[in-house]
Design a protein around this ligand. Structure first.
Ligand code: DQA
Length: 146
């Protein structure tokens, strides 16, 4: 069975209560549930992981080298703009990935305009709120079927 891993970075455990003007009012649990419903219909399994720590995310990705998945969807959150370590882990794992952001990072502070991930990603979805994750799953399913 094909497997998609969704990785959520720091503070995304607070979705629903954290700065709703940027991130909306949908909880992380409800986003994950919706994605699992979509993948289930397609006979694909979905795993999710959230960590507030950079090392937690690096280890999660390294573990995928022994127990691989077919595709990664990642919102590195604030680590988007800082983490060479997570970028290197993704490159080492050689698993195709899509980068997702709930907010339109390009319409926000200049420090959010740079990502350590985009040039290595299959694609980038940002500014569409929780729907962006659903679009990323649809793109991943399309990629896996083609
Ligand atoms: C975010 C954007 C980042 O700049 C920010 O640090 C986040 C969330 C987003 O989903 O819009 O924590 O990745």
């Amino acid at each position: 069975m094909r497997k998609i891993m969704v990785i959520h970075g720091p503070n995304l455990n607070l979705l629903g209560v954290r700065e709703p003007e940027h991130y909306g009012r949908t909880s992380l649990e409800s986003i994950n549930r919706k994605l699992a419903e979509i993948t289930h219909v397609h006979g694909v399994s979905l795993e999710t992981f959230q960590s507030n720590s950079e090392s937690g995310i690096v280890e999660c990705i390294q573990n995928l080298m022994d127990d691989p998945v077919d595709f990664i969807i990642i919102n590195p959150a604030a680590f988007t703009h800082t983490s060479i370590a997570i970028r290197d882990a993704l490159v080492a794992a050689r698993i195709p990935f899509i980068e997702v952001h709930l907010s339109n990072v390009f319409s926000r502070e200049p420090f959010r305009h740079h990502s350590y991930f985009t040039d290595k990603a299959l694609g980038l979805i940002c500014g569409l709120g929780p729907h962006g994750y659903e679009l990323a799953v649809a793109a991943a399913l399309h990629y896996l079927e083609s």
